[in-house]
Design a protein. Structure first.
Lengths: 419, 419, 419, 419
């Protein structure tokens, strides 16, 4: 079932795991789908449809193959991966056939899940927590003899934290983290800090604060960590950033862009909380405003539990054309949200693996293609992002030996400083 | 109301007409809208919203300004332009205010409309007809002292002609054209031949045969005529070629793309004829198939007279994502069709004016952005076409003095004789 | 242009005004449209399309004809009706032709508009205010020698008032109304009280408190006033109460019914206020919940100024069918809101005129067809309401002489004794 | 899981089969779903959601219970019911759980399927064929000791036959049926004739000619057969006949009603044949034209195989409101077609069982609720049909003893001989 181009890549390298994918929220819907999907791909039970890195023009032997990736992670949930997968199959999202075929891999991945950090249950100083989390990542890398581990945050969206001076100043932050009576960082940022401590490339698939606090961004760059974010651009926002630039190219003036999202599932339940949804809503409108210059962009996310894992998004665009004439475009998008997200999470593992192998550090703006709120870039136009991504993969791959043997191994280890 | 960038261009050149726009179908809905719109733009009564050439990044002093363009054309209809404009205002499409403000210009343009060629009423040999039509164009050029006249076909869509050996062979064609008892060319091709005879750059905004017969294409290139086509990409097809490449970029597999168009107006009435609609339908599906590889693309165009000049287009896309999951996208587009087309017709006048000034001949693939069926190009992806267009304008403008004085006149170059 | 059945009615009666229509919010969008529309109907310039009472099966000579109705009202706005009508024509809603043809009638109606009560500018005790407003209504009735005046509230939607004991107890209310330092009633309820004092049948086209406070309802019934409400069921809610009963009849189980409204215009601006919108939102969901038993009915009203007077409503219905299968229905409704409302306002004038002529008092449940929140009835199913309305008109008309001469005139003054 | 009202009915009668349901097309998608569904209902594994006769207000002990119905039928397909059910489960329509739970019942029903009549393989005279088919029905009735067998045609839609004098004249028809060299009746009509011969109540769920030829209608009435049809009103047409009357009730004028259907599955494949689709298309537009008076109702049915058993239907309604204003309604309906049809097929078995028990003969207009093209009735308005159905069930049930013992058996009445 593997397309030929990918098979070709695969044959060039061994099936030995070289790259870890450590998921924050490892038992969630996106993570379960990614884990099952990776096993299905590696086992030849599925095509890499939906995986950007498997598409002709992007596939390259310089990236780890799907069969070279092994998964672990943190979660608070006690529901094991195979059970979650079954529930997602019963709900009509995952094919039962694949749940059966990948059960072993799901069990193996579940054995690599470690207890996460629950902000409702402080466990000593922030520094201690982060070190505990980092140790889990490092142990995973060593246990499997991996070249690197890519951390991807797919945990529940957090409310945005109140601003603190510690977020902007590494020294202040260090002091507060050392204090067991203070909690200067939300959970997502503690995980990001742990990734930094573990020397692991990092991606934020959520709109949570995560690594996006200046003090952490600075630290990450200092530690030679490449990172990318933020908030996976998978459905409605993706479509908007596909269509909006086309209006601009036609010199049509968007007057308003209104939208509603309906979703059930775990993410829907989380976003039913008005605090959590705020970070999502602002992240979703940013790109649209940037491209269209329009301020009228009312947007809603409604929790509709009976929809299960399906997301339905309706958009209504009102634009002005020639001589003041009006036109409208409506779109309705309906998809299993996690089925859109999971292959992109696998892509990020491969691409950040490549970035790390090539010795890149700091935010990778060329990965903006994957995100609603692209770090290091003002570009929201999906087609333009796609070109930037394609160019970046070609150029970066050229810096890395095709065997998959990373430059950094050659030149002596993680976070070398020169990078 | 003019955006600044355009004002700047305008100040650099005089308001003297340098470029003629000769419309085949000069009293139709698109032509009337273009004529009124040009007058409104030149008079400062409207912004060039919807004009691609007025958008930052494309606007250049090397193109004729709106105020440098004068309109004439051929039509069979006896309904004068001001009256057609009033009817379009009553139907809710054109703003009454602008009809009043541009009445003089509409009268002037109407005085430049010459009787077209009615295929139902043969008027001697094809050669004689074409020479009569060409003479109208040349007289128009001389009457106004124009540097060039761009011919754009916006007449009613014709049924496609039955294939003839004459279409492929210039010598055979010449013989048949000379024979008063034969009609080797449909009307649209006679007009295209007339443009060639008149040395006029040419664009086919319709899916009719026009210049796209090999014998004519060959002749046009020989005579140093730049030309572009075919079939304006203004609404549903535009949207499809915006969205379909984005599916491909995500490695999502389009399974089917179904669509329905509802429209009234003159174009709707024409396309209610099953013969005429065939050329349209095949032109509309070509790009989609090329991009998605999908064969299931049922498409309908229904004549719904009560909709007047509004076109409503519904699309249903069914795609496969990760692990065989299914997703759907529906779009509904609603717009005044001629309001979309008219500014692009003005753009084509400016761009073919530029091409001619730069001495280009033959099909201009970089104008594929404007067409459902791009001549000289296999590229249908709108974003990619937009880049190609932008690059082409920049490069071509560089070859032409900014005063609007064409290089080709100066250097006595290509196509000199035929003009 | 008048359909025959209506002509027939008209011929049976004189053109003399017999019935006043007193609009609270007389210079608003709905009121302006109703006033212009009435003049157009009476003048034979338009068909009564959209008027329920003009439809075969409902039209009856027992109701006042359109030509027997004269309009006046209260408003705070100083913008005269002809000017408002022009603005609505410029915005594309009202036909300019009709604005010209009805200018005289608009001027005449505007001369009948009296300053309303602005809650931000108290003007003595509530009793004094209500008496002032009632005097305006009575003077209008006498000035035109009318048999009766029907008051319809089409003013801006108010926030719902905080509950007070005075709302439930007529004696307490009387005391508070007498006190210049208290404001026990919101403006809409003062207007309703004024209608009661003037002996005028009353309808609430808005979701404001109006006559729906128990103390006022009681008073109205005591004074022999027939009344009807509440909140015109014109678009999305109408469609929902058409479709939802059909699901029930098929034994299909609605799981969720989600909706979004986009609107500009005056009503949109008012509803952009979260307090004002609350009364609207709760009124809109009531019927749906009653019919479907579903609790998941997220609903939004967004102010999208560029839409002007157009309302766009999207609904997404998720239902369960046989063997747990799922089905979805989406609807998109797009209409000029005031064009839907205005004919129903005229209908209410005719129908409450009929009710009053027949000596009915208290809430008229059979007028529930017109309202989102039908007073005196639990019936929301539009088809069932339509039957109830048709039966009611037939039965009530049978109690009133067909000449239009009201029973109450015959038996000596307002509703006296027999009611 | 059974709602109480139904349980109550059930308790009043034994579980012994009293009523046969004989399906023409017994191994098709609708038939398989109905058979599995009946077993699931009888076994208490599913609620009768989607069954009209299970809804409060219609449920009555005078009808056979689901547990009193046994299924058999004719088909050409050799694919056994359990296998077809599995295929429909794999395609995501039927729940796998229920396929497992009902396997025994599916096997049993499959054992009752007899070879149908294939028009491509004549098998002697029409009379002989019909007698063979009738014998299958009678044997089924006797084998199970049933009071009656209801025949429902759910076979593939046929092209409409060319008109013949034999269709209008019973004597001519008899002669032609006796002639082995003639085929005066299409297959669907042979099946209907067989039902008549077997004394079996009959329903046509398809738009095929079936019993709707005058000569057969006449014969059926003569033989005391109650029958109902034609063409199940399950999705788009149902929605249209729900919404269109509501426009009429508002005196809104429908200008055009345009629609497109996309479907895969067996029915989709059949309707991809332009001859077969014609009978469907004309049946679908009839009701709409009757209600709205509109002639502009373009309609398409497209075969989109990747949609499988899902039907997606888009409608666009353009209407005129007050003062010539325009409004639009769009609807998109998406459902598993067979899941809509199957419960109605079970309803028809129960209702025609009731009709037969009550001794009714000829077309039953009150069953028009179930059909696009209601025999014996001009009523298309779904709400009005629903009232007629409810009244009919109440009145008819009153004529039949609640034990399920049919009046007609007791009184030796109509149709006795043929049974
Ligand atoms: N298309 C998409 O699905 C999409 C797109 C963009 C962003 N996202 C984001 O991805 C995230 C995951 O979505 P999902 O549908 O899988 O949600 P989910 O609710 O199914 O999974 C979230 C998981 O995170 C875990 N979790 C919560 N708090 C945690 C903590 N402190 N530490 C460790 N684990 C924790 C939960 O236990 C759960 O297993 C969400 O934030 C969502 O907004 C998803
Ligand atoms: N968005 C768009 O409007 C759009 C997009 C793509 C292509 N087009 C094409 O543009 C063309 C014009 O569309 P329209 O809406 O203006 O149609 P229209 O019917 O309003 O105008 C067509 C005009 O062509 C004239 N005509 C017909 N035969 C002629 C002949 N032999 N010689 C000269 N004139 C002739 C007619 O008299 C009429 O005035 C159509 O072919 C249409 O398919 C339009
Ligand atoms: N389809 C519909 O249009 C529809 C349906 C249901 C209900 N309604 C209700 O009808 C009402 C009118 O809608 P509209 O679109 O005409 O709004 P609008 O804003 O155009 O008009 C409201 C008018 O009320 C006047 N007003 C405000 N406060 C007043 C007061 N205290 N006394 C007297 N006049 C006052 C305003 O000056 C304005 O002229 C709204 O409450 C709306 O919710 C409309
Ligand atoms: N919502 C709905 O599903 C719906 C609504 C209205 C009408 N219908 C009609 O119901 C019918 C069945 O639909 P389906 O989806 O089950 O189709 P299907 O193709 O799955 O099943 C049709 C069955 O009929 C059988 N058949 C064909 N010719 C036959 C013959 N001569 N004798 C006996 N059997 C024969 C086929 O073998 C097949 O098993 C179609 O005619 C369809 O138009 C369905
Ligand atoms: Na091409
Ligand atoms: Na009520």
């Amino acid at each position: 079932m593997h397309p030929d181009h990918d098979r070709a890549d695969a044959s060039a390298r061994s099936d030995r795991p070289t790259t870890g994918l450590w998921l924050i929220g490892a038992r969630g819907s996106v993570a379960t789908t990614a884990t099952l999907g990776l096993a299905a791909l590696a086992g030849g039970h599925a095509d890499p449809t939906g995986c950007v890195t498997a598409r002709p023009g992007l596939a390259t032997a310089a990236m780890p193959g799907f069969e070279n990736i092994v998964i672990g992670g943190h979660d608070l949930s006690a529901c094991p991966l195979p059970k979650r997968a079954e529930a997602l199959a019963d709900a009509g999202m995952l094919p039962s056939r694949l749940v059966t075929l990948t059960r072993e891999a799901l069990d193996a991945a579940d054995a690599e899940v470690r207890p996460g950090h629950d902000p409702a249950r402080p466990e000593g100083s922030g520094q201690a927590t982060a070190e505990r989390l980092a140790a889990d990542i490092v142990a995973f890398r060593e246990r499997h003899g991996l070249e690197r581990v890519v951390v991807v945050d797919v945990a529940s969206t957090e409310p945005l934290p109140d601003p603190l001076p510690e977020h902007d100043d590494a020294a202040l932050l260090a002091a507060a983290l050392a204090d067991p009576d203070r909690t200067p960082l939300p959970a997502s940022s503690l995980y990001a800090y742990a990734a930094i401590l573990a020397g692991a490339p990092y991606a934020a698939f959520t709109p949570s604060a995560s690594i996006a606090l200046p003090a952490l961004t600075h630290l990450a760059t200092e530690h030679g960590i490449p990172f990318a974010g933020q908030d996976g651009k998978t459905g409605q926002t993706w479509l908007r950033t596909v269509v909006a630039p086309a209006f601009a190219a036609r010199n049509l003036r968007v007057l308003s862009w209104s939208g509603t999202n309906l979703l059930g599932g775990g993410d829907g339940a989380t976003l039913a909380d008005p605090h959590a949804v705020d970070s999502k809503l602002s992240s979703k409108s940013r790109g649209l405003r940037a491209i269209t210059g329009t301020d009228t962009t009312p947007l809603h996310i409604d929790y509709v539990p009976d929809l299960g894992d399906v997301k339905v998004a309706w958009d209504h665009v009102h634009a002005e054309g020639f001589l003041g004439s009006r036109l409208t475009l409506q779109t309705t998008w309906s998809a299993y949200d996690s089925m859109l997200a999971a292959p992109l999470v696998l892509d990020l593992a491969r691409l950040l693996g490549l970035a790390h192998a090539a010795g890149l550090t700091g935010p990778i703006p060329e990965l903006g293609f994957f995100f609603k709120d692209p770090w290091g870039s003002d570009l929201h136009d999906t087609a333009a992002q796609e070109r930037a991504l394609t160019d970046w993969v070609r150029d970066t791959a050229a810096r890395v030996p095709a065997t998959g043997a990373p430059r950094r191994n050659a030149d002596g280890g993680a976070g070398e400083g020169s990078r």
